[in-house]
Design a protein around this ligand. Structure first.
Ligand SMILES: *[C@@H]1O[C@H](CO)[C@@H](O)[C@H](O)[C@H]1NC(C)=O
Ligand SMILES: *[C@@H]1O[C@H](CO)[C@@H](O)[C@H](O)[C@H]1NC(C)=O
Ligand SMILES: *[C@@H]1O[C@H](CO)[C@@H](O)[C@H](O)[C@H]1NC(C)=O
Ligand SMILES: *[C@@H]1O[C@H](CO)[C@@H](O)[C@H](O)[C@H]1NC(C)=O
Ligand SMILES: *[C@@H]1O[C@H](CO)[C@@H](O)[C@H](O)[C@H]1NC(C)=O
Ligand SMILES: *[C@@H]1O[C@H](CO)[C@@H](O)[C@H](O)[C@H]1NC(C)=O
Ligand SMILES: *[C@@H]1O[C@H](CO)[C@@H](O)[C@H](O)[C@H]1NC(C)=O
Length: 679
């Protein structure tokens, strides 16, 4: 018997020792066993069973150990309270309460109430699911009962943890379930949180070009809070090199498609802590949904669903009686190390290799939950996407590099607000060939969009994916919105404002990481730069003379007024018609990449006339304040009777009329004026 705790009495129960050492530890209060391993296990299993019928056993911890990593869980809550690796007794924030180190949580609200609640999903029952020389899997379940109505989120949750032989880490996943007859509920966020030791983990990496030494929580607390609450100016950081920089967790967001591995590196000793997400099927809102990754704390997150960069449009709303079930994960918590004389950055390279490995293994063949579907029970679909844009090309062209996905049946583009089901996305090759594999059986709509092409595609019929089936759609054709030839256009239709003018940040409000960086838009405070660049007059853009990369500010924001109020702004697009307007309607295509509490009004050749078109109040994606270059996508097609236009100079006025604060505004994706249909 190996004693591993000093203050508590802990006894090791070694199981099925062959090539590997899989070990379970239990902590008994005032109770000890000294019998051969296997008999002890059986006796515990029996007590476990009997405990529910009255035998009292106080079991406070469960430990999994494979010789490389030892993970300690609270029991039966199922929080991760300790991770021992490479000589570090605990990688997690040992100064925090045990319940505040490694946990799942859900943000939820009763439908009639605005106030939000956070549920840490504490388990009430622990079970050993599998234990042999290759795999250990344990479960912590929380069961909802009607007597809990209103006090905890109405969900049954089965939190699972898996440890494999020789794997330097572990896996976490969970099944969430609602049954018939349960009360209505709203859920805005589901995630896993790991809080690491500040004295070890100071270097964070979320991608090849987003890695840096991070400030501490203390540095943030001592710093100066900026206009948006999460952003702090580091005025007196412990690491003086960070003085004068801005820190904001939203500066480290990623799109789902790129968010497969992120985490932290300790340099002494060199150890990496990584969250690897091998599939996005259980995430929401498609491949370009953005979310948090890792941030100062040090914290590493696995975000499964949230309203970030989307707003309440993406919150989950369940009606009374609405049944639901979904598996989140597995994600891997992967640990690595190198010897002290090696460059600790190689840990990032190794983590990326491991990520590739995990992606290659997806769907995993080892989770034991019946709700996790193995590869042989999944189906696939493939095909080739073409585009017919008759005023651009006589023939069909390839839907090259299209994003193609299956999501819950719905309207065109509905996937970007869909949060309850699974989604399966891929990117087509340059000829528009796509193949979506490992799809869970069920009914879906097939959606697509093509970078460089306006609008959204949806296949007409419901797609039913059957277990083990392989469907082919020979040739599908997307006809993007089009009424007439392009008269002019501004930007690239790609759901992002990244091609427009991104100003330099204030030198006093920089995150040095984003200096000379392709993602300059992640700097803090860029919205304020608008008034510096356009101090007296709002932006005007002359078609044919101006260049959208330099002359179209990335966001149409409000303007600060001297007395702490904000003013609406009106941008003008000026263009010339050589001849009298053609008869019929012109069409203005207005594609927005983001909107936050905004109303965009459009007027033609008369700034004071009643608006010809208004979006109405739209958007809660907050992408301006959170340094995203897009939020949700909005597409408007506006008929412009030729009577509104003239031979010679014409002006279109775009007014963002809502102006209470500095974070309101829209980002344009693309604007196009089409001539009337040609006969
Ligand atoms: C674990 O790794 C060792 C050494 O590489 C190997 O001998 C053993 O077979 C592995 N065990 C399993 C269960 O894969
Ligand atoms: C749960 O409580 C709400 C009030 O908060 C009530 O409207 C609802 O009917 C209750 N549901 C059940 C199943 O008891
Ligand atoms: C899929 O749709 C078909 C036809 O509408 C229906 O019969 C079937 O039950 C649906 N399957 C699932 C898994 O929802
Ligand atoms: C599906 O069928 C295609 C064509 O027959 C084949 O190339 C592909 O490998 C199959 N995919 C799967 C996942 O079975
Ligand atoms: C703030 O100043 C603007 C002009 O810049 C003025 O129109 C507005 O009435 C003022 N608001 C308040 C509350 O003083
Ligand atoms: C032009 O647009 C208006 C407003 O949408 C519509 O009522 C009218 O029928 C259109 N005219 C033509 C010729 O399409
Ligand atoms: C612009 O619209 C306003 C309000 O309808 C109107 O009073 C004014 O005459 C219009 N100006 C021109 C030049 O048409």
């Amino acid at each position: 018997m190996e004693k591993i705790g000093s203050s508590r009495r802990q006894y090791r129960l070694a199981l099925g020792l062959s090539a590997m050492v899989v070990v379970l530890f239990f902590v008994f209060s005032g109770f000890s066993v000294k019998t051969p391993v296997r008999r002890v296990l059986r006796s515990i299993s029996r007590r476990e069973l009997r405990s529910s019928t009255g035998i009292k056993l106080i079991r406070r911890q469960v430990v999994m150990d494979n010789g490389l990593v030892r993970v300690t869980f609270s029991n039966p809550g199922g929080d991760v309270i300790g991770i021992k690796y490479n000589g570090i007794d605990n990688l997690l924030a040992i100064d925090n309460e045990e319940s505040n180190r490694g946990y799942w949580d859900v943000v939820w609200n009763k439908p009639e109430e605005k106030s939000i609640n956070i549920d840490r999903l504490q388990g009430t029952r622990f079970q050993i699911i599998k234990e042999d020389h290759k795999q250990l899997e344990i479960s912590f379940t929380k069961t909802w009962r009607i007597s809990m109505n209103g006090t905890t989120v109405p969900l049954n949750v089965d939190k699972r943890y898996i440890m494999l032989a020789n794997y330097s880490g572990f896996y976490a996943y969970a099944t969430f379930e609602r049954l018939d007859g349960w009360p209505a509920v709203g859920m805005d966020q589901i995630r896993i949180v790991y809080k690491l030791r500040q004295d070890k983990f100071q270097f964070m990496s979320v991608s090849d070009d987003r890695q840096r030494v991070m400030p501490t929580i203390g540095d943030r607390e001592k710093g100066e809070k900026l206009a948006y609450p999460e952003a702090v100016l580091l005025t007196n950081p412990t690491n003086s090199e960070l003085r004068g920089e801005v820190d904001d967790k939203y500066q480290y967001s990623s799109e789902s498609k790129d968010n497969k591995v992120h985490g932290w590196i300790s340099s002494d000793p060199p150890v990496g802590f990584w969250i690897i997400t091998p599939s996005s099927e259980f995430r929401t809102a498609g491949p370009i949904k953005q979310d948090l990754t890792s941030h100062a704390g040090p914290i590493a997150l696995s975000m499964f669903t949230s309203t970030h960069y989307a707003g309440k449009d993406l919150g989950m709303e369940f009606k009374e009686g609405e049944a639901w079930k979904k598996v989140y994960g597995p994600v891997s918590i992967y640990l690595n190390s190198v010897s002290a004389d090696k460059d600790s950055l190689t840990l990032w390279e190794n983590a990326k290799d491991q990520m590739q490995e995990e992606v290659g293994q997806w769907p995993y063949n080892f989770p034991q939950s019946e709700d996790f579907v193995y590869a042989d029970k999944r189906g696939s679909i493939g095909g080739q996407l073409f585009i017919r844009d008759r005023y651009m090309h006589n023939k069909l062209i390839w839907g090259g590099f299209a994003y193609v996905g299956l999501a819950a049946p719905g309207d065109v583009g509905s996937w970007q607000k869909e949060s309850k089901g699974y989604q399966f996305w891929t990117q087509a090759d340059k000829r528009g060939y796509f193949s979506i594999t490992n799809v869970l059986p069920g009914n879906y709509s097939l959606y697509a969009w093509v970078p460089g092409v306006i609008g959204d595609y949806k296949y007409n019929d419901i797609i039913t994916i059957q277990s083990g089936s392989n469907m082919t759609l020979d040739r599908i054709v997307y006809e993007p919105p089009r009424n007439g030839p392009t008269l002019w256009e501004i930007g690239i239709p790609d759901r992002s404002a990244a091609e427009f003018y991104i100003p330099d940040p204030y030198p006093t409000l920089m995150n040095e990481l984003y200096n000379n960086h392709p993602e300059k838009f992640r700097q803090y405070g860029l919205w304020e730069r608008y008034a510096d660049l356009y101090p007296n007059k709002d932006l005007t853009y002359t078609v044919g003379a101006d260049d959208y990369r330099k002359d179209w500010f990335f966001a149409q924001v409000t303007r600060s007024a001297a007395n702490g109020t904000y003013k609406a702004t009106t941008w003008q697009v000026i263009f010339t018609l050589e001849n009298e307007p053609e008869t019929g309607n012109y069409t203005l295509r207005l594609a927005l990449a983001s909107a936050t509490d905004s109303e965009l009004q459009v007027r033609f050749n008369n700034e004071t006339a009643k608006a010809h078109f208004t979006t109405g109040l739209i958007g809660k994606d907050n992408a301006i304040a959170r340094h995203g270059i897009h939020g949700l996508y909005w597409l408007y097609s506006i008929d412009v009777p030729s009577s509104l236009l003239f031979k010679g100079e014409n002006k279109i006025y775009f007014t963002q009329s809502r102006s209470i604060n500095p974070f309101q505004g829209v980002m344009y994706d693309y604007v196009r004026l089409e001539r009337p249909p040609q006969t």
